[in-house]
Design a protein around this ligand. Structure first.
Ligand code: ZN
Length: 422
């Protein structure tokens, strides 16, 4: 496992809104990795600055040139410069730090792609997933993970990159960078609350699936309530991300590893415990021959952040994952989001289409068990062997629906039943 670290002073101004993005996020994480002996088990690779050409893989020349001037600006000019962007704060050092953060992500990609290490995590500041082609945003200056994905494609000829963004905010910068690109599949779950939560974008909702050739390659899972738990996270992984990820078959997995999705975080207000990240990491390690690069994004409760970082690194090192404690079924709001995402994406992914159809058939069969004598389980396992399974399932659903509507003359009951079953 690889570990990159950039430990820098406060990157931000004295604005109270940025009091949470503090250097201790890195120093305390790193100290704990050392104290627990995890750091000793990692290969530590020195960081470097990303070059202009590398930054331009995800940003415009005008924007790079503008950021380059910030180390020479007076505090007043810096404040003025900052005001044009949303929720980001510039310190005279930030250009240097942002180059190192992006460079660390690239060092990690190099180490993994050349086989020097199997996987790794880059602990960096500033984070990256909110920054856009020509704009800083949400503590982010350069989009570390977007640059890393482009770099892997360009330097190593990687054909398919999966980006998993488990930070609690929507990485809209990553979405915009790849929305028409079918070679990069971007998955993000995020606190949304029907657009009431920052960054309040319509573009973060479940029906924004990508554009043109990239349609289907952008997966947004909006959390419309706070307090989501381990069971909610794991069910979205199992019923949305993993089926699609296996079908996509990535050559490299990048993780926007933000831990503001963990319990106690003032931004996320979710209830998933740090050990859930061991499970999420473990589930992703089976993809891309294990080539996984996690790059730190958010995470503002130091206790939760540090525990989550350790769980992730420990799992990357191959330690057994802890048994999930008190795993509950997903809540109604999570199920609603899950169902919306699945229906928005079933046209693009046969794994989702088939499981939607299987669920529908099972639901219909359970209403119809007195009419059709074949048990649902036999039909489902038998259908997996039928080559054109989608066609077969669709015609079964049509047939059964017709029989049912003739019989009961009321499909509302069936519809509500299908909605609740996955
Ligand atoms: Zn975040």
């Amino acid at each position: 496992s690889y570990l990159a670290k950039c430990c820098f002073p406060y990157l931000t101004s004295t604005d109270p809104a940025c009091k949470i993005e503090v250097p201790e996020r890195l120093t305390v994480s790193h100290e704990t990795l050392v104290r627990t002996g995890l750091a000793d088990r990692c290969v530590s690779v020195p960081v470097r600055e990303a070059t202009d050409a590398e930054i331009l893989l995800a940003h415009s020349e005008e924007y790079l040139e503008a950021v380059k001037k910030t180390p020479y600006m007076s505090l007043e000019d810096l404040m003025e410069f900052t005001r044009q962007y949303g929720d980001v704060y510039f310190h005279p050092n930030i250009y240097h730090c942002a180059k190192l953060a992006a460079g660390a992500a690239l060092q990690l990609v190099d180490s993994v792609m050349t086989g020097k290490v199997r996987n790794g995590m880059a602990l960096v500041r500033p984070p990256g997933h909110h920054s856009m082609r020509s704009a800083a945003n949400g503590f982010c200056v350069f989009n570390n993970v977007a640059i890393a994905a482009q770099y892997a494609k360009q330097k190593y000829g990687v054909q398919r990159v999966l980006i998993v963004d488990w930070d609690i905010h929507h990485g809209q910068g990553v979405q915009y960078c790849f929305e028409d690109d079918p070679s990069v599949l971007y998955f993000s779950w995020h606190r949304y609350e029907h657009q009431k939560f920052w960054p309040h974008l319509r573009d973060s909702d479940y029906d924004i699936v990508g554009k043109e050739k990239g349609a289907g390659f952008n997966i947004n899972v909006p959390w419309n309530k706070v307090g989501m738990e381990n069971g909610d996270y794991l069910s979205v992984f199992c019923h949305v991300l993993l089926p699609v990820a296996y079908e996509f078959c990535p050559d490299l997995v990048l993780v926007c590893a933000g831990f503001d999705s963990a319990i106690g975080d003032p931004e996320g207000e979710m209830c998933a415990t740090p050990d859930v990240f061991a499970h999420l990491t473990h589930l992703l390690m089976n993809l891309a021959g294990g080539k996984l690069c996690a790059v730190l994004e958010g995470g503002y409760n130091l206790t939760s952040l540090v525990q989550s970082v350790c769980q992730t690194v420990q799992t990357l090192l191959g330690d057994p994952v802890p048994r999930p404690a008190s795993l509950k079924s997903p809540c109604i709001s999570a199920l609603e989001s899950l169902q919306c995402v699945r229906s928005a994406h079933k046209a693009y992914w046969s794994a989702i289409m088939i499981s939607c159809l299987v669920n529908t058939v099972c639901a219909l069969l359970s209403c119809l068990h007195d009419i059709i004598l074949i048990p649902g389980s036999q039909i489902c396992s038998g259908l997996a062997l039928v080559p054109d399974v989608t066609k077969a399932m669709t015609s079964i659903v049509q047939h059964v629906t017709t029989v049912l509507s003739n019989r009961y003359n009321n499909l509302d009951l069936i519809k509500s039943y299908t909605f609740c079953s996955f």
